[in-house]
Design a binder for this molecule. Structure first.
Ligand SMILES: *Cc1c(COP(=O)(O)O)cnc(C)c1O
Length: 488
């Protein structure tokens, strides 16, 4: 690459772009191939990467080779490898090759999908792709879809639509300084994701409006408790507006009784928003459909293809029966965005707080086409099979016990070797020990007051041998532990 080219005015020259693009693809491919040799959790300390980087941007442009070399040397050691097949913490990510290539292409188009006119491809492909996905999930045609970045944002929009439908003219008058407004109430289980609390904060409802309903021993919302809470709030002059059952809670993937909750929502005129951010994609499997019974009665549903549908972050699919309420909450068309086809087309900007929106459907379209319905089913089914297999080993072992039903591909359990006092501390140490090896990453939660270890299985690269490796690490961790040693 000549100096003159590198410093020429305008974009990177075409021949250099091709060379550099090739080296990025080679880097990605090499990264995936050596992934299992890398530690799952980054072995870096806070501030270390920042200390290794210059404090100012370069004055003159640098060569692409120098940049990519620093990715290898400086960035990679600070990467926690979500794609590693032994990344079992939180929820595993499922990013795939076709998804990554789709993401790259959408960066190239760089369209801001606000109006149909600014992005016909994004507007229409989003509708078509979400239509395909809706059919795969077995949802009725009444659900229209829109893509947001994350489930947190999808749910915030659902609650905003519920608030709009309550007819309190909050869009115009706001909520502050209004003595005429009752307390607006939102209901969810005690295991609800923190994004619901954040949505209540953002929308000016406040966390006091969020009623967390008690769960049964399977961590499922008690419908009778929900009814009681709504009746109490109504009697106190409050105004229930929305209920959010979860299919696949973050802690344990428990499933709220959506059918019973739908009954109550319909009786009291509440918006029902189903949070299926993690588990939603499992609805493609016939054998898992029963967990989704009743979700077709929802006003809105969120699920994240960026969690378990082989699509790179970010892409959250939001389905809604009542797009008009969403539009009523957010549509606002300044003069410079007025177009002649305004009323006959869908304009993405009308359905949320963002004006410009990314061309996210492209990567999902790549994924759905490349793997096909059957390919997707087979992969999700395999993840569930591996989770059941892992759970069966725990069940058969005297040193471990399951702490929650395995509904999808997450296993919650703990080590409980005979004679060990203080199982919470013991399990926390076991987890930290495994994570420190770099061989695997697992996380934890609290279930019924007990510290539970969580193993999520969802990488597109995960195979039975990875689960076996983790099991070996856990068993070794227990037998090598001094606390367990004393018991023997
Ligand atoms: C992961 C998760 C979320 C949040 O997802 P983001 O896309 O990161 O906002 C919400 N709800 C549930 C049940 C989840 O598992």
């Amino acid at each position: 690459m000549s100096e003159t080219k590198r410093h020429s005015f305008g974009d990177m020259p075409a021949d250099e772009f091709l060379d550099a693009g090739g080296s990025v693809l080679e880097f990605i491919n090499g990264y995936f191939e050596q992934l299992e040799k890398l530690p799952v959790l980054a072995r870096t300390g806070p501030g270390r990467l920042a200390d290794e980087l210059p404090t100012e941007a370069p004055e003159a442009g640098e060569s692409f080779e120098a940049i990519i070399a620093d990715v290898e040397k400086l960035i990679l050691p600070a990467v926690t490898n979500w794609n590693h097949p032994n990344f079992h913490g939180l929820f595993s990510t499922s990013t795939s090759g076709p998804g990554i290539l789709g993401e790259t292409l959408s960066a190239a188009f760089d369209m801001k999908s606000m109006l149909w006119r600014t992005a016909p491809a994004s507007t229409e492909l989003e509708d078509v792709t979400l239509g395909w996905l809706r059919q795969m999930l077995g949802l009725p045609e009444a659900f229209e879809g829109i893509i947001y970045d994350t489930a947190s944002v999808s749910t915030m929009h659902a609650i905003a639509a519920a608030r709009e439908r309550a007819g309190l003219n909050i869009r115009e008058l706001g909520m502050s300084g209004r003595p005429d407004l009752p307390l607006l109430c939102i209901y969810a289980s005690e295991h609800v994701h923190s994004s619901i609390d954040k949505a209540c904060i953002t929308l000016g409802l406040g966390t006091r409006s969020l009623r967390k309903i008690a769960c049964n021993e399977r961590f499922e919302m008690r419908a009778a408790e929900l009814r009681r809470a709504i009746e109490e709030d109504v009697a106190a002059g409050h105004r229930p507006i929305c209920v959010i059952p979860t299919i696949g809670t973050t802690s344990s993937t428990s499933v709220d009784p959506v059918g019973e909750i739908a009954e109550i929502a319909e009786e009291f005129g509440l918006w029902m928003h189903v949070d299926a951010a993690y588990a939603g994609p499992a609805a493609v499997l016939d054998e898992k459909r029963h967990f989704f019974a009743g979700w077709e009665r929802a006003d809105s549903i969120v699920l994240n293809p960026h969690k378990w549908l082989f699509t790179p972050f970010d892409l959250s699919a939001f389905y809604c029966r009542d797009m008009e309420s969403l539009k009523a909450a957010f549509s606002l068309v300044p003069e410079y965005l007025r177009t002649s086809e305004q009323t006959t087309v869908k304009n993405g900007m009308d359905y949320g707080i963002q004006l410009g929106r990314r061309f996210r459907s492209l990567k999902l379209w790549f994924v759905l086409r490349y793997f096909g319905r059957r390919g997707i089913e087979a992969r999700i089914r395999e993840h569930c099979r591996l989770a059941e297999l892992f759970a069966s080993w725990i069940d058969e072992s005297g040193d471990f016990e399951l702490l929650a039903p395995v509904n999808f591909a997450l296993v919650c359990f703990r080590a409980c070797p005979a004679g060990v006092e203080g199982l919470d501390t013991f399990n926390e140490r076991l987890m930290n020990h495994i994570n420190a090896t770099g061989e695997a990453y697992i996380s934890h939660t609290k279930l019924a007051g007990k510290l539970a270890l969580r193993v999520s299985i969802g990488s597109i690269r995960v195979e039975e041998r990875h689960i076996e490796k983790l099991w070996q690490l856990l068993k070794n961790g227990v037998s090598e532990s001094p606390a367990a040693g004393q018991a023997n």
